[in-house]
Design a protein around this ligand. Structure first.
Ligand SMILES: Cc1cc2nc3c(=O)[nH]c(=O)nc-3n(C[C@H](O)[C@H](O)[C@H](O)COP(=O)(O)OP(=O)(O)OC[C@H]3O[C@@H](n4cnc5c(N)ncnc54)[C@H](O)[C@@H]3O)c2cc1C
Length: 425
C-alpha cells in the first residue's frame, strides 16, 4: 500500500520547477501551487500580468492533489441553512456560483485541452437517517421553487438503482455534478500557466511577507526574494505563520482517503452503476466514487485529526472498516493507496476572499474547493486586475475562530461533538 495520493501517483507533472529562479520583480506573486494558485496564474497571464507562483513543495502537493476529485453542486452548509442565514436571493446566488464553478472547470479543460477525465456523472447525496431523507425532499422543493434547480429524489425502495448498499435511507441525485482526475487537472493548469509565461517556483516556501516602502510587497522565500505589486494568498488548509490573520480564521481539518485495487466491471456496476460522485449526510461524512481505472476511492473525516503518515494509516484502517460495512462484498479487497490532507474549514463554512492590508486571499472552501478554488483563482485574478465585481464573496464577514492562534488544539473536541451528533441525530 502506498502512503501517497493516487491522483499524484497517476498524473504526469509538467517541467521540474524546483530550481526555476525566483524572479526579482513581478506584477503578482501567488503563494500556493494548488487549484487556486494555478488557475489564478492562468487568468493573470491572459490579462497580461507577469506572475510568479511560489509553492513550498511541488504543484498540487496540498489539498488540490489529495482530494476526492468531485466537483459537486451545492453549498457546504446546505441550501436550506443558507436560505435561513442569508435570505433566499443571496442563498440562490451562492448556490448558482457553485454551478458556475463546475462550468468553469469544463471550460478550462476544453480551452486548454487538459486531459483529466472530466465527466458530468452526477452527485448522489445519501441520507444517513430517515429524517435526513425527509429534509432532502424539502430541500429539493426549495431548490426548485427558489432557484429553478432540479434534483431527483430516490426513496430507499429505489436506492438499489443507484447504489449497491442497503446502508442508507434514500438519496438525491444532482445530474450537474462532475468527477475528474484532479492530479491531471492541477498539473494541466500548471502546464498551461507555464506555457502562457507564468514563472512557477517549486520548493520556494514564502517565509516573510512585508510591504515595500516604495509600494507593493516583498516576499522572502527559501530560494530568493521577489518584489510583487500585488499578492494573492492561496494556501487553503496549509495557511501558516506568514499570514497569521488568515490562519486565525481557518480550521485545518484532516480528511482521509483509501483507494482499492482495480475492481472487476461487474463489481463497479454493482457499487455505483452510474459512476456518480457520492457522499452522505453524516457530520463525519463518507464520500466515494469510482476512479477512471475502476478502483473505489473511499474517503471521510475518519477522525478529526491533522494528516501525518501515522494519522493517515490509522484513518485508513477506520475507512476500510466503514467501506466494508457499506459494501460487505468488498471484504478482503486490496487497498493500494491511503493518504490524508487538510481541508480549510471557515467558521461559517463559506468561501472567504478579499483583501487585507493590501494582500489578496481566497480560502475557506470547507471541503468544496475542487470547483470553487478553480473558479475563485480566476475571479481573484480579475479582481486584482481591477474588476471590483469579480469577487462574489466580498460582502461576507470573516470572523476569527475563538481561541485559535496556532495549532488547532480543539480538533478532538469538534470531532467528539460531530460523533455525538451523528449518533443522536
Ligand atoms: C482529503 C481531501 C478530500 C477532498 N475532497 C474534495 C472533493 O471531492 N471535492 C471538493 O470540492 N473539494 C474537496 N476537498 C477540498 C479541496 O481539495 C480544496 O478545497 C482545494 O484543493 C483547495 O485548493 P487551494 O489551491 O486553495 O489549496 P491547496 O491545494 O491546499 O494548496 C495550497 C498550497 O499552498 C502551499 N503553501 C502553504 N504555505 C506556503 C508558503 N508559506 N509558501 C509557499 N507555499 C505555501 C502548500 O504547500 C499547498 O500546496 C478535499 C480536500 C481534502 C484534503
Amino acid at each position: 500500500m502506498k502512503l501517497t495520493s493516487y491522483w499524484q501517483d497517476t498524473a504526469t507533472p509538467g517541467a521540474d520547477h524546483r530550481r526555476t529562479p525566483v524572479p526579482d520583480r513581478v506584477d503578482v506573486a501567488v503563494v500556493g501551487g494548488g487549484l487556486t494558485g494555478t488557475s489564478a496564474a492562468v487568468e493573470l497571464r491572459k490579462l497580461g500580468a507577469s506572475v510568479a507562483v511560489l509553492e513550498q513543495h511541488t504543484i498540487g502537493w496540498g489539498a488540490s492533489g489529495r482530494n476526492g476529485g468531485m466537483a459537486t453542486t451545492g453549498l457546504a452548509i446546505g441550501f436550506g441553512t443558507a436560505v435561513k442565514r442569508y435570505g433566499a436571493d443571496r442563498a440562490v446566488a451562492m448556490f448558482r456560483t457553485y454551478n458556475d464553478a463546475i462550468d468553469s472547470i469544463e471550460k478550462l479543460v476544453a480551452d486548454h485541452a487538459i486531459d483529466c477525465d472530466f465527466a458530468r456523472s452526477g452527485k448522489l447525496t445519501l441520507a444517513y437517517r430517515p429524517a435526513h431523507f425527509d429534509a432532502m425532499v424539502k430541500t429539493r422543493k426549495a431548490l426548485k421553487d427558489l432557484a429553478g434547480h432540479e434534483v431527483i429524489t430516490v426513496p430507499k425502495a429505489d436506492l438499489h438503482t443507484e447504489l449497491g448498499s442497503d446502508f442508507y435511507h434514500g438519496a438525491t441525485v444532482d445530474p450537474l455534478a462532475a468527477g475528474l482526475h484532479v492530479g491531471k487537472f492541477v498539473h494541466g493548469l500548471a502546464k498551461t500557466a507555464d506555457a502562457l509565461g507564468a514563472t512557477i517556483c517549486e520548493n520556494a516556501e514564502v517565509t516573510t511577507l512585508d510591504r515595500h516602502p516604495g509600494g507593493g510587497h516583498v516576499l522572502q522565500t527559501t530560494r530568493g526574494r521577489v518584489h510583487a505589486g500585488e499578492v494573492l494568498i492561496a494556501t487553503s488548509g496549509y495557511t501558516g505563520k506568514v499570514t497569521p490573520w488568515l490562519r486565525r480564521r481557518l480550521i485545518p481539518v484532516g480528511s482521509f482517503i483509501i483507494v482499492t485495487e482495480p475492481l472487476a466491471q461487474d463489481v463497479v456496476d454493482r457499487i455505483l452503476p452510474h459512476r456518480r460522485q457520492a457522499s452522505d449526510s453524516k457530520n463525519l461524512i463518507y464520500y466515494f466514487r469510482i476512479t477512471p481505472d475502476n478502483r473505489l476511492l473511499f474517503g471521510g473525516r475518519a477522525r478529526f485529526a491533522m494528516s501525518s503518515p501515522d494519522s493517515d494509516v490509522r484513518s485508513g484502517q477506520i475507512l476500510v472498516k466503514a467501506m466494508t460495512e457499506l459494501f460487505p462484498y468488498l471484504a478482503g479487497t486490496r487497498i493500494d493507496y491511503t493518504w490524508g490532507g487538510l481541508v480549510d474549514l471557515s467558521m461559517d463554512q463559506l468561501v472567504h476572499a478579499g483583501e487585507r492590508d493590501g494582500v489578496h486571499y481566497s480560502v475557506g472552501y470547507s471541503g468544496h474547493g475542487v470547483q470553487m478554488a478553480t473558479y475563485m483563482g480566476q475571479r481573484m485574478a480579475r479582481f486584482i486586475s481591477g474588476d471590483a465585481q469579480a469577487n462574489i464573496w466580498g460582502d461576507v464577514g470573516f470572523p476569527p475562530v475563538p481561541g485559535h492562534f496556532g495549532r488547532p488544539w480543539f480538533l478532538p473536541l469538534i470531532g467528539g461533538g460531530a460523533r455525538v451528533l451523528d449518533a443522536i441525530s
